[in-house]
Write a protein that binds this ligand. Structure first.
Ligand code: PEP
Ligand code: MN
Length: 288
C-alpha cells in the first residue's frame, strides 16, 4: 500500500520524466520493492554554478526535494581550457545557502581557495556546515596536505575523490597526506568517481572498481560516497548507476550532478540530470 501511494504521487508529479525514462521505470519499481529501508545521503546540484539565478534555482529545487547538501562548484578544473567556473563571484551565493540551512559542497584546488570559503562562507554563518573536496585531478601532495591543514576545524568536512588512474595505494595516500596536514579522520569521507577507462569505447566515462572502494572503506572506516555522474558520463547510464548504488549497503551517499537545462549546461552537459528526473529516481529507489 505504501509503495503504491508513493508511486502514484511520483507519477502524477513527474509524468514527463517518467515517460522519458520509459521501460526503465519498471525495473526501478522492482528494485524499490526490495530496497525501501535503505537510505543514503544525497549531494546534488550542478557540475558548476553558472549565475546568480542558477544558484537560486538550485537552492529552491534542493529545498523542494529535501536535499541538505548542495553541489555549488565555483572552480572547475577542465580537460581543455573553457568555462572554468564563476570563481569568487559565487561566494555570496554559497553564503546564502549556508544561511538558509544548506551545506554548500564544492571542490577546492588550493589551500587558498579552502581558506577563502572557510572565512567568507563557513565562519560568517554561525553553526553552518561545509563540505569541501579534493578532486581527481588535484594530485600534488603538497597542496593536498596544505588543504588538510586549512580544513582542520570542526564543522568542515573534506571528501577525498580518487585520482583518475587505478591505484588503491595512491587513493589511500591522499587520505594520509591530508591527515598529515592536520585534518581529523572524523572530517573525512571517500568519494569513488571511477577510473579513466582503458579505451574511449567504454560504456562508462570512468568505470568504477567497487571492490577497491569497498576495501578502502573497510580499511579506513571512512564513509563511502559514490559519484554516478562522473562514473557514468551519460545521463542514461547515470540513471542506472544511481539505482545500482542505492542497493549497496556500504555506500552512505551519492553525489549527483543536476541542472535545470542539462543539454545547455556549460560543463558536463551529457551527464547532468534534470531535477524532475532526480526526484523520480530518488523516490523510486527509496533513497530520500
Ligand atoms: C567534480 O566533481 O566536479 C569533478 C570535476 O569530478 P572529478 O574531480 O571526479 O573529475
Ligand atoms: Mn562535472
Amino acid at each position: 500500500m505504501e509503495v503504491v501511494n508513493v508511486l502514484s504521487q511520483v507519477t502524477k508529479k513527474n509524468i514527463k520524466a517518467n515517460l522519458h525514462l520509459g521501460g526503465f521505470f519498471i525495473q526501478i519499481y522492482e528494485r524499490y520493492m526490495t530496497n525501501r529501508e535503505h537510505t543514503q545521503n544525497i549531494i546534488a546540484g550542478p557540475c558548476s554554478l553558472e549565475s546568480a539565478a542558477h544558484a537560486q534555482h538550485t537552492m529552491q529545487e534542493a529545498g523542494r526535494l529535501g536535499i541538505q547538501t548542495i553541489r555549488m562548484n565555483l572552480w572547475k578544473p577542465r580537460t581543455s581550457p573553457g568555462f572554468e567556473g564563476v570563481g569568487e563571484e559565487g561566494i555570496p551565493w554559497l553564503r546564502e545557502a549556508a544561511e538558509r540551512g544548506f551545506t554548500p559542497a564544492l571542490e577546492v584546488l588550493t589551500p587558498q581557495q579552502a581558506e577563502l570559503i572557510m572565512t567568507e562562507v563557513w565562519a560568517k554563518v554561525p553553526h553552518s556546515s561545509l563540505l569541501l573536496w579534493i578532486g581527481s585531478r588535484n594530485q600534488n601532495h603538497l597542496l593536498q596536505r596544505d588543504i588538510g591543514s586549512v580544513v582542520a576545524e570542526k564543522g568542515v568536512s573534506l571528501m577525498i575523490k580518487n585520482q583518475p588512474w587505478r591505484s588503491k595505494a595512491h587513493w589511500a595516500g591522499i587520505v594520509e597526506h591530508v591527515l598529515k596536514g592536520g585534518a581529523a579522520m572524523e572530517q573525512l569521507s571517500l568519494c569513488h568517481r571511477g577510473f579513466a577507462p582503458a579505451n574511449d569505447a567504454s560504456e562508462m566515462r570512468n568505470p568504477p572498481d567497487l571492490n577497491m572502494a569497498r576495501e578502502l572503506h573497510d580499511e579506513t572506516g571512512l564513509p563511502l560516497i559514490m559519484d554516478p555522474s562522473h562514473i557514468g558520463g551519460r545521463s542514461a547510464v547515470v540513471r542506472q548507476l544511481i539505482s545500482d548504488f542505492a542497493l549497496l549497503p556500504e555506500v552512505s551517499g551519492q553525489i549527483i550532478e543536476v541542472h535545470p537545462d542539462p543539454d545547455n549546461a556549460l560543463t558536463d552537459a551529457k551527464q547532468q540530470l534534470s531535477w524532475s528526473e532526480l526526484e523520480l529516481l530518488l523516490a523510486l529507489n527509496g533513497i530520500l
